[in-house]
Design a protein around this ligand. Structure first.
Ligand code: ATR
Length: 275
């Protein structure tokens, strides 16, 4: 019988997830389809009940439902529980629905895809302390990265994440991070500052960036954010946010089907559809 998958959110029309998942499903000749579903916050519970009744095999969750879906689920993966946010739901064989969060692990996979797995003991700086940063920090620690500092405009939010991590992590102000920037091997930009197309929208100055640094941004539209463009100019290796988007989806797909799909299959088609 045909299997149905979906992504729910508000807004949803610009989501590239249907394109990505339907491409993988078509390439693998699965009898399956993935739909974008517009769900308003006040309708989340009813929408979920509807999906359960219809036997939807799995779905992704995007803004604004990633936190509010939690109490509705039958089971939660420990990492999703820790993050307090779910982006992937799997229908189990007994008909119950289990929540996962693949955002942070998707970032780690994309980083390791781009630069290998040999950087676990290097010094990492995560810029930003919002939901995206939290997910990435928990996933990095779970995957064995131990030397982490978090810099944020509001330092107390960076400190709060540090306190929750199972490793010694340091909270910094953006100014402190800018001064010490040359000491970091991997720098991850998670703030929304890069969404502003202005070149003045950097969360911190890149003046002290090391030429040998690896710099990643989680924003993928634009692909080359001002932060990445300036880092590249300074000689750093850059990792765009598209890999994180693809791998969070690939992980979700693998939870649904037991097959980890190839990132390369969807890369060009996603690039062609970025605004
Ligand atoms: P997300 O869930 O995408 O991480 P969020 O929780 O709203 O979004 O977090 C946004 C992050 O971007 C925060 O770290 C925020 O800093 P504050 O915690 O001090 O608010 C950061 N941010 C947003 N705009 C910024 C800017 N112009 N300069 C520096 N940091 C910025």
């Amino acid at each position: 019988m045909k299997k149905w998958y979906a992504v729910i959110g508000n807004p949803i029309e610009h989501s590239l997830s249907p394109l990505m998942h339907n491409t993988w499903m078509t390439v693998e000749e699965r009898d399956a389809a993935y739909l974008p579903l517009h769900v308003l916050p006040e309708n989340l519970e009813q929408a979920f009940t509807g999906m359960k009744v219809l036997g939807i095999s799995g779905f992704n969750i995007t803004i604004p439902h990633k936190e509010t879906i939690l109490p509705l689920l039958d089971e939660l993966d420990p990492l999703a529980k820790k993050m307090g946010a779910v982006n992937t739901v799997v229908r189990l064989e007994n008909g119950q629905y289990k929540g996962y969060n693949t955002d942070g692990l998707g970032f780690v996979k994309s980083l390791e895809d781009a630069v290998g797995t040999q950087h676990k003991n290097k010094r990492l700086l995560i810029i930003g302390a919002g939901g995206a940063s939290r997910g990435i920090c928990f996933a990095l620690v779970q995957e064995g990265y131990t030397n982490i500092a978090i810099a944020n405009r509001t330092v107390s939010k960076a400190q709060a994440i540090c306190n929750e991590l199972d490793t010694n992590a340091e909270a910094l102000s953006l100014d402190e991070a800018a001064t010490q920037l040359g000491e970091f091997d991997i720098i991850v930009q998670t703030t929304s500052a890069g969404l502003n197309h202005s070149e003045f929208a950097l969360p911190l100055s890149l003046e002290n960036l090391s030429k040998t640094a690896i710099v990643a941004d989680i924003v993928y539209n634009p692909l080359m954010t001002p932060f990445l463009a300036q880092s590249k100019e300074k000689g750093a290796t850059v990792v765009t946010g598209l890999g994180m988007f693809i791998h969070q989806g690939a992980l979700a797909y693998s939870y649904w089907t037991d097959v980890y799909p190839k990132a390369a299959v969807v890369e060009d088609i996603l690039l062609a559809n970025l605004g």
